[in-house]
Design a protein around this ligand. Structure first.
Ligand code: NI
Length: 190
């Protein structure tokens, strides 16, 4: 089942999401399946639970659309539960990022190239793993979502001013988007 994607301006995107326990979420597998369906329909490569209205430490990644550029990404599809970045290293590099919650805006964002991550997979198996390059980039973007942060927070004050009107429009639903979204500043019945 496809879920509406929460748009910029919704307070849930600004909350630090809490960790979860397996007992609290017996239907986690169904939520993960719905998140994949939602992400693929919107042609995304990552999606965090707060973006579909659940403030919990869960995000998914499927980096395979980038496999032509980097063969290491072939079939890279993972679920991250209760993720914690343990370390971020290397010289920051810029990549033009976008976000399904902030359609039609893409900006260069600087992030470190290597991260060490602790997380649980969908079978609640614990992992401690190092990721680099494009995979690290996608994980960092999604990780920000469960921390209540967005990629636009990392822009210069000037860039932020330049996109402010567009951001306001997005929160009011004034944006062309071909997937289902939930806009915070749109009153019911409009
Ligand atoms: Ni995003």
């Amino acid at each position: 089942m496809k879920l509406p994607i929460v748009a910029y301006g919704d307070p849930i995107l600004r909350k630090k999401a809490p960790a979860i326990e397996p007992e609290e979420y017996p239907h986690l597998a169904a939520l993960i399946e719905n998140m994949y369906e939602t992400m693929y329909a919107a042609r995304g490569i990552g999606l965090a639970a707060p973006q579909v209205g659940f403030s919990i430490r869960l995000f998914i990644v499927d980096a395979s659309p980038f496999e032509d550029e980097d063969p290491e990404l072939k079939g890279f599809k993972k679920v991250f539960i209760n993720a914690a970045v343990l370390e971020e290293t290397g010289e920051e590099w810029a990549f033009n990022e976008g976000c399904l919650s902030i359609p039609d805006i893409r900006e260069d964002v600087y992030r470190g190239p290597v991260i060490r991550l602790s997380y649980y997979d969908e079978d609640w198996k614990h992992h401690e793993e190092t990721f680099s390059g494009m995979v690290a980039r996608i994980i960092q973007h999604e990780y920000d979502h469960i921390e209540g942060k967005l990629f636009i927070d990392k822009l210069s004050p000037l860039r932020k001013r330049l996109i402010q009107k567009k951001l306001n429009d997005i929160s009011r639903g004034i944006v062309d988007v071909d997937y289902k979204m939930k806009f915070p500043a749109v009153k019911k019945g409009r």
